[in-house]
Design a protein around this ligand. Structure first.
Ligand SMILES: Cc1cc2nc3c(=O)[nH]c(=O)nc-3n(C[C@H](O)[C@H](O)[C@H](O)COP(=O)(O)OP(=O)(O)OC[C@H]3O[C@@H](n4cnc5c(N)ncnc54)[C@H](O)[C@@H]3O)c2cc1C
Length: 457
């Protein structure tokens, strides 16, 4: 023990960062009987609860309500007009965020996790400094997450622009919004704002938006986005950003009242660098082994900091696995079991491998397919755009992956994830009795197409 260590407050586990990866790890470690501290420099809940998953889904819910209102006029509901009090909507969004973040504070207290507010620094080996306090952990778990990545674009720094860290503070709804970037975050926010009445333009330098998604899913969603009035420039070349406008190649100009840069996220690696932790092959993320141990003994890392799918539920699963590994139970989170969701109208939800990856992996691939056009609940809801694709292999009927596009697809994927996790096959999906009328019937129908036994196809 070094001189002075005697005054240190000691914990079994110190978690740094109280986003999904951090708070879930802290709570699970406490449930396992450990004496736990968590350090957060900003707000409990991290990106997800404060400026990510939750505020974006609140906005999308407002957008969905507006979309339903507009559709309902065609069904026979008659009202003269609907207007948006954006400030009030943002107030409602703030209430949702507050409820959830206070809930996390409550859970940390309930599980007797000691909370330190402030920026954690590494003082010495396994010793963390927060202001003038020093604490020592037998194990340290880094869950410092990620921040928006802003690329170098001529003129951008001299212009007013938002990232997702500031977007949700908007008080007034802009008439026009330009979003640089065409990934999942961009299309979700574009959808929400467009259906609420903002004219949205997306500028994407790659040759299409949503390149991470199944091509048919991408096309289905893109077609709907265009119908929602969203203008999309893909394969764009940005020459310069000026106040209120973007100059694209070939003399195209996009004017805007508000600009959002949504061009990906970069991990917050400061503490990892201070500890000289090894980085992965990309040199961007902290390198971990199967059980989330870094190159430094007794230091673990999870969540957006380590790459893979940068999703809240991935961070939570990794955090839980990491503290269980500290407790001697070593279990890896299989990336093929992490569902991926895009909350557009319609939604896209997928899991596991797509058709190409499955073939490249050497599987004898078979595809089951069905669409929502004959699904009773989808028709009753006027939400019949979408499809289901299950990717499986012929020998054992193992489910390798799935894509669902449709209203509430993000809820449907959970059933497939559950069966896949339990090592059930497409046959189990085909033989399950799905409640009628529900969108989930599409899963049974799709699975049954493999055996030429779908009833409604
Ligand atoms: C607009 C948007 C929408 C999203 N939607 C979804 C979605 O629908 N579903 C989904 O699964 N994911 C979504 N995500 C991604 C999700 O938010 C992240 O994957 C998730 O928050 C990662 O969790 P994390 O714990 O790794 O990091 P974070 O949530 O980023 O938390 C890291 C925390 O560490 C703290 N911290 C960093 N350094 C220090 C330090 N030195 N000392 C103390 N504290 C520190 C930070 O302040 C932060 O609170 C979205 C993201 C954005 C931006």
């Amino acid at each position: 023990m070094k001189k002075g260590d005697g005054q240190l407050k000691k914990y079994d586990v110190i978690v740094i960062g109280a986003g999904p990866g951090g708070y879930a790890s802290a709570i699970r470690a406490a449930q396992l009987g450990k004496n736990v501290a968590i350090v957060e420099k900003d707000r409990t809940g991290g990106t997800c609860l404060n400026v990510g998953c939750i505020p974006s889904k609140a906005l999308l819910h407002f957008g969905k309500t507006m979309e339903t209102f507009k559709k309902s006029q065609q069904w026979g509901f008659k009202t003269s007009s609907i207007s948006v009090d954006f400030e009030q909507l943002m107030g409602q969004k703030n209430n949702v965020v507050k409820t959830l973040t206070s809930g996390i504070d409550f859970l940390l207290k309930k599980n007797k996790v000691t909370f330190y507010q402030g920026e954690a620094e590494i003082a010495d080996d396994l010793i963390v400094k927060i202001g003038d306090k020093k604490i020592k952990g037998s194990d340290i778990l880094l869950a410092t997450g990620s921040k928006p990545f802003v690329p170098k674009i001529k003129g951008l720094e001299a212009t007013d622009f938002m990232t997702t860290d500031t977007f949700f503070n908007m008080k007034n709804q802009p008439d026009t919004l330009c979003i640089i970037g065409g990934g999942v975050i961009s299309v979700e926010l574009a959808t929400a704002m467009a259906v609420l009445g903002t004219k949205v333009t997306i500028i994407e330098v790659a040759n299409d938006i949503l390149l991470t998604e199944d091509p048919e899913a991408r096309k289905t969603v893109k077609d709907q986005m265009i119908k929602q009035g969203i203008e999309i420039f893909s394969g764009a070349e940005i020459n310069e950003v000026k106040q209120g406008k973007i100059l694209l190649a070939r003399d195209k100009v996009v004017s805007f009242d508000a600009l959002l840069v949504a061009t990906g996220r970069k991990p917050v690696v400061k503490l990892a660098q201070d500890m000289n932790l090894a980085m992965d092959e990309s040199n961007r993320f902290v390198k971990v082994n199967h059980f989330y141990e870094t190159s430094h003994s007794h230091v673990y890392a999870v969540g957006d900091l380590i790459g893979g799918y940068q999703l809240a539920h991935a961070a939570i699963a990794e955090g839980i696995a990491a503290v269980q590994a500290m407790d001697g139970v070593k279990k890896h989170v299989n990336q093929t079991e992490i569902p991926r969701c895009v909350y557009t109208f319609p939604e896209i939800a997928s899991i596991g491998m797509d058709e190409t990856t499955a073939k490249e992996a050497g599987y004898d691939v078979q595809i089951s397919y069905s669409n929502l056009s004959s699904n009773g609940k989808a028709l009753a809801d006027d939400e019949a755009i979408g499809f289901l694709k299950i990717i499986s292999e012929k020998k054992y009927q193992e489910i390798l992956g799935a894509v669902v596009v449709g209203d509430n697809a993000t809820e449907l994927i959970g059933s497939i994830a559950g069966v896949k996790h339990a090592e059930g096959t497409v046959t189990e999906l085909a033989n399950t009795i799905w409640p009628h009328p529900t969108m989930s019937e599409i899963i049974g129908e799709g699975a049954n197409t493999l055996y030429d036994q779908a009833i409604h196809m």
